[in-house]
Ligand binder design. Structure first.
Ligand code: URA
Length: 404
């Protein structure tokens, strides 16, 4: 039966729900081995899946674990992962300040992309392990909660995701759609905005794949009666100017305090407007006026402070390393490229991210980009500032900046 199923998919045939259940539930229960699942995943990667197979697999994923369902409508946002992506920290308080509740189960970072929970934990005292009762109470009282997963949501995804990571099967569109949508549906979100990152620092490298993924996730959403909207945003270059946990919290605060006017701010306004539009059933244009007003008036920042305090964080004690290295340009010219992937890997090597799940991270280290793509730089001018707690090979860092 095991080999038959693998062969069937290898030949591009359609698997029944029973066959998918047998294989995937068997894997969850340790009856199917890693090498057998790897073969099936690779066959899926190459031959694809029909919509019916994708709906069936999503259902099997959801049923593999527990589910959340808090009373009242919630709007969730999910990013497929990027370098310097601190948008959740900015958007959630904006949206909540406008009366649309946000309850978010976020993850930790692995590899060169960061996780929202790691960023929040850089705030001393901040609690990320809330109980169900605490989540419900906080949602009722302040309308915004960001916590790590308490329940065992979609355990099958955790197993499959780890296996995909080491078998060259991360880039399958049906598998990505199943992975993301099963978690969003299990976590109880009624309306879901998905920010699909595209570029060298993202899982999805091509625009046309992002479009396919968006269509597929919308179809899964329809199947489960959830409203799904998708946005495709660039991830060739890191998002914003800071990479590293405390540094990213500081950058988020600067945006919420209305101190910056840049691409990150514009992107957050766009994402927040979509969420408010979904949450209030109003046009995106109307929502955008409210979102901009919330930032301008300081209402969004007040909601951020309320949220951090409620989860026991002390923003005054946020710390960055006092050991700084300024990396200067060897030549004058125009900055053509700053690879998101390279910057992400640099931040991991400084200690801001993990290579293994068990790695401890240093919240105080990271990179501040003093120059961005399209900027002119003079010889000896600062390209970036590293906040470190260990030795760094500066020459490697200089090479990340392509200057012509
Ligand atoms: N994010 C997920 O949760 N799953 C994927 O497969 C890819 C991105």
């Amino acid at each position: 039966m095991i080999v038959e199923i693998i062969n069937k998919k290898r030949l591009g045939k359609i698997l029944s729900k029973k066959e998918l259940e047998y294989f995937f539930n068997g894997y969850l229960h340790g009856e199917i081995m890693d090498y057998q699942m790897s073969a099936l995943l690779m066959a899926i990667c190459i031959k694809g899946m029909t919509d019916k197979e994708i709906f069936d697999l999503t259902d099997i994923f959801i049923k593999s674990g527990e589910r959340f369902d808090f009373p009242g409508i919630e709007v969730d946002k999910h990013s497929t992962g990027g370098v310097g992506d601190k948008t959740t920290l900015i958007i959630a308080p904006i949206v909540a300040s406008l009366g649309v509740p946000v309850v978010k189960m976020s993850g930790r970072g692995l590899g060169f992309t960061g996780g929202t929970i790691d960023k929040l934990e850089s705030i001393p005292g901040f609690r990320t392990n809330l109980t169900d009762d605490e989540i419900e109470k906080q949602k009722k009282e302040i309308g915004i909660v960001i916590t790590s997963q308490t329940k065992d949501l979609v355990p099958l995804d955790k197993l499959i995701y780890a296996l995909r990571d080491v078998t060259g099967t991360t880039e399958s569109i049906p598998l990505i759609a199943t992975s993301i949508m099963s978690k969003k549906i299990a976590s109880g979100a009624d309306k879901i905005l998905i920010d699909i990152k595209v570029g060298n620092g993202a899982l999805i490298k091509k625009e046309k794949d992002a479009k396919k993924l968006a269509q597929l996730m919308k179809k899964i959403g329809e199947f489960y009666h959830r409203e799904v909207r998708c946005m495709t945003t660039n991830m060739d270059t890191p998002l914003g100017t800071s990479i590293g946990n405390s540094l990213e919290v500081i950058e988020a605060i600067n945006i919420l305090q209305n101190k910056e006017d840049n691409y990150l701010r514009d992107l957050c306004i766009e994402l927040a407007s979509e969420m408010v539009s979904m949450g209030k059933d109003i046009s995106v244009e109307k929502a955008k006026i409210q979102v901009e007003e919330s930032i301008r008036s300081g209402k969004a920042y007040q909601k951020f402070l309320e949220f951090i305090k409620y989860q026991e964080g002390d923003i005054q004690r946020l710390e960055v390393s006092n050991q700084k290295i300024e990396v200067r340009s060897k030549r004058s010219g125009l900055i053509k490229k700053i690879s998101a992937e390279d910057i992400g890997n640099l931040s991991v090597s400084l200690g801001a991210g993990r290579i293994d799940k068990e790695d401890q991270i240093d919240p105080t280290v990271g990179i501040l980009l003093n120059k961005g793509v399209g900027d002119r730089v003079l010889e000896k001018e600062i390209l970036c500032t590293l906040y470190v707690n260990k030795e760094v090979n500066i020459e490697q860092v200089e090479k990340i900046f392509v200057i012509e």
